[in-house]
Design a protein around this ligand. Sequence first.
Ligand SMILES: Nc1ncnc2c1ncn2[C@@H]1O[C@H](COP(=O)(O)OP(=O)(O)O)[C@@H](O)[C@H]1O
Ligand SMILES: [Mg+2]
Length: 246
Amino acid sequence: MIAVMNQKGGVGKTTTTLNMAHALALSGRDVTVLDMDPQAHLTTSFGAENSAGADAVLLEGATIGEVEQRVREGIRLVSAGPRLGEAETMKAGGAQRGWLLDKALDAAGPREVVLVDCPPSAGLLAMNALLATREVLIPVAGDYLSLHGLSRLVGILQHIEQTLGRSSRKWVVLTRFHERRRLAREVKEKLLQHFPGQVLATPVRETVALAESPGFGKTIFEYQARSNGAADYRLLAGDLMAGRVM
Ligand SMILES: Nc1ncnc2c1ncn2[C@@H]1O[C@H](COP(=O)(O)OP(=O)(O)O)[C@@H](O)[C@H]1O
Ligand SMILES: [Mg+2]
């Protein structure tokens, strides 16, 4: 179970969840994806309807089984749902509020691969994702701006881990990568210094088709299977499963 997390927006969380999920499903894995962003971009990127989903699980105690939709062969999606924004600010529930997703996933029984797409914030929704998973995948876009905030994310994760007395395996993925730009290479060097042994081997190149495909409700493998984006996400999915790092 993996939370795709970074409190910064626009770094490639949703693109990575979408295409990683499909790459894994195409290689025969059974994948469950959860859209924990009230903007529901993951849901619409799959071309699915944003009907009751994670919102019903968190606010009404619905089960995963009741709300999940089969969106592709081998992929079950829990949509964000129209009320997910309310869950970010819910007051009721006390300390248990952070564990609602964990409980729901436990009750859903064993799943081979679970990917949770987080919102660009570090509130209750991201907390639920973090507490429900044992691994965190952190997309970082290949520009300096995206390195800002990374130390904050690491701080947030450390704080939570100390409180819980357990740690999550962390993976970093370089997204929107321009091989020939010095800036991108510098970001890569910085990441390797700060996250040794944790940066997945394949950077995802900046690819126009990756930005276009969600508008058609398609993954990159349906939209342009021969693009760089498809090749990169296919390799990246293998990296994650095998723990292959730079
Ligand atoms: N490798 C890439 N090449 C081109 N565009 C990308 C790439 N990765 C993401 N994008 C685009 O960048 C924007 C932000 O990506 P997104 O996955 O939505 O980020 P997040 O979920 O972190 O906010 C989207 O318009 C997306 O289509
Ligand atoms: Mg997103």
